[in-house]
Design a protein around this ligand. Structure first.
Ligand code: 5GP
Ligand code: ZN
Length: 114
């Protein structure tokens, strides 16, 4: 998608701190971190939101979880814990319409959520 910020990050047309990229997913540091570790795990395919995903996307979106699990271990937060968040639509304050999983950790978070 020509005018999508995260597609441009995947294509390296705009700079970001990419910590992992393969054929299916890209993982990079959030520019405005909400926790000591704040990564964004995204599919390389442009899917705007969960609302717009189709069954064809199930395999690739499953890879977001595998990527998050691996990244959490690499960042040393797999034992202390982490939170995976996907904001979807206006009430959840989704700002970028390219599906992304937030991986937050490195310190205790607020509970309950919301
Ligand atoms: P959303 O609110 O859509 O769930 O989250 C979008 C996230 O993208 C925010 O946490 C925001 O800080 C992050 N973000 C926005 N623009 C950029 C950017 O240019 N580079 C990076 N690395 N993160 C960004
Ligand atoms: Zn995109």
């Amino acid at each position: 998608m020509a005018d999508c910020l995260f597609c441009k990050i995947i294509q390296k047309e705009i700079p970001s701190e990419i910590i992992h990229q393969d054929d299916d997913i890209t993982i990079f540091k959030d520019i405005n971190p909400s926790a000591p570790v704040h990564l964004l795990v995204i599919p390389n395919k442009h899917i705007p939101s969960v609302t717009e995903m189709t069954p064809i996307d199930e395999l690739i979106l499953g890879k977001l979880f595998s990527g998050a699990k691996r990244a959490a271990k690499n960042m040393g937060i797999d034992k202390t814990g982490y939170r995976l968040i996907m904001n979807n639509g206006p009430d959840a304050h989704q700002e970028i319409f390219h599906i992304h999983m937030h991986l937050l950790g490195g310190g205790e978070m607020k509970h309950p959520m919301g």
